[in-house]
Design a protein. Structure first.
Length: 415
């Protein structure tokens, strides 16, 4: 069958502007891959979250992207943080964030992490099993109550339409959560409330709705049975980012607004809400630019070999199950060429290093031409390797490029 011919992709106004700006970047940056880091986009994402989830205390999930620039900016903005390990806690401490602004939201903690939590008086943690509560009790029995963390019990419910269902590994049913809160009391731990994570890239409002309702049910039952009135609910992460046309915040804002209505209602009932957003904060602030280093025709398809692949910046294809956009940087190519579904792959010798078996691209890209991938700031650089000796993509802040002339004043003060 002959390859299917396509017309150029319809991309949003946002991506057209991004494409124009990328073409202003001096030529010596091109050849290898680099991320363009747009500080203003980070500030915009923070503002978007705060505007829609009013009164919800944000704990940024640094696992999504732990670049110092991001952590410093958020720390300056008064945000708290979700850390998963001793090393993440230590990184925050080194940046001047104290333990009272940290939740260790990994339901299973190794010894070094537990010791680091004690040392830095980490304020909160999560658990979803009786065994982990016993571990916490053993570590904290010698610690003064005021230096002990609040323990949030993590629930999970079946998730609909998420990219990665975290409930397969974490969270317990609401009824067991009730029991675990009671266990906290018996063990002399400080029960704090309920947490959940609906799963990543949740475009489905119902996931938040059901988990919030279940959290309220557990807390009410706990009060009825023990007389202890807990009010804290942590709604986790899962806020999505990234649409087929790359329209950024325009795509996500309606859903954030609806989640905000749910959190408003819970707050009006007297609950204290917090969240652990990761992706929604950092994804849109980074664009990867990679270069065509090889080209051939195989099985009636054009194959483009890029300077970055699934072992590098595109690892989210494997780990995060994230589809990415591949767009030509040079707009003139679009009109001069036929478009077809091309195979796009990375530079290593491994057969798994294929990003897409068919993505619409002009047929006339040549060696040295560049492609860009927007919205790649989350779960990309944190997991990239140097497999086969290929360096990780460097990071180029917009503020370092006077050509782009878009230094965010807020960030300039923070960094
Ligand atoms: C405990 C916890 N909190 C928050 C997050 C951030 O989630 P997201 O990036 O989907 O907002 C994750 C991601 O895996 C997580 O495991």
């Amino acid at each position: 069958m002959p390859p299917q011919k396509n017309t150029p992709l319809l991309i949003s106004q946002r991506l057209q502007e991004l494409q124009k700006r990328l073409r202003l970047i001096p030529s010596h940056y091109f050849g290898n891959s680099f991320y363009l880091f747009d500080e203003e986009a980070l500030a915009d994402a923070v503002a978007l979250f705060e505007k829609n989830l009013k009164g919800v205390t944000p704990f940024y999930a640094m696992k999504a992207n732990d670049r110092d620039e991001i952590l410093r900016y958020l720390a300056q903005a008064g945000w708290s943080f979700d850390a998963a390990s001793a090393a993440e806690v230590e990184k925050l401490i080194a940046l001047g964030v104290s333990g009272d602004r940290i939740i260790l939201a990994n339901p299973f903690k190794d010894r070094r992490t537990l010791e680091t939590m004690v040392e830095h008086r980490v304020a909160m943690t999560t658990a979803d099993s009786p065994e982990e509560l016993v571990k916490l009790q053993q570590v904290y029995q010698a610690v003064a109550p005021e230096d002990q963390p609040l323990v949030l019990i993590r629930i999970s419910l079946p998730a609909e339409g998420v990219q990665t269902d975290l409930g397969v590994k974490f969270g317990c049913p609401p009824l067991q959560a009730l029991q675990l809160l009671k266990n906290c009391l018996k063990l002399g731990l400080k029960p704090g409330g309920i947490s959940f994570h609906v799963g990543t890239q949740s475009w489905n409002l119902g996931n938040y709705e059901r988990c919030l309702e279940a959290s309220v049910w557990v807390l009410k039952e706990f009060k009825r049975e023990t007389g202890v009135d807990l009010r804290l609910i942590d709604i986790g992460g899962g806020f999505p980012w990234g649409s087929a046309d790359g329209s950024g915040s325009l795509a996500v804002e309606p859903l954030l607004g609806q989640i905000g209505q749910l959190t408003d209602a819970a707050q009006a009932e007297g609950y204290t809400l917090q969240a652990q957003p990761g992706r929604v904060i950092c994804a849109g602030a980074f664009t990867l630019v990679s270069t065509v280093i090889g080209k051939t025709h195989r099985n009636q398809r054009v194959w483009y070999y890029l300077s970055d692949g699934v072992y590098g910046a595109y690892n989210g294809i494997l780990y995060d199950h994230q589809p990415y956009l591949f767009l030509p940087l040079d707009q003139s190519l679009e009109s001069q060429s036929e478009w077809s579904d091309a195979v796009v792959c990375g530079p290593t010798c491994d057969g798994v290093d294929i990003m897409s078996q068919g993505t619409p691209l002009p047929d006339n890209l040549e060696l040295g031409d560049s492609l860009f991938t927007p919205d790649i700031g989350a779960y990309s650089m944190v997991a990239a390797s140097q497999f086969n000796g290929f360096s990780r993509a460097q990071i180029v802040p917009v503020s370092s490029l006077p050509e782009l002339d878009r230094l965010s004043p807020t960030l300039a003060q923070a960094v």
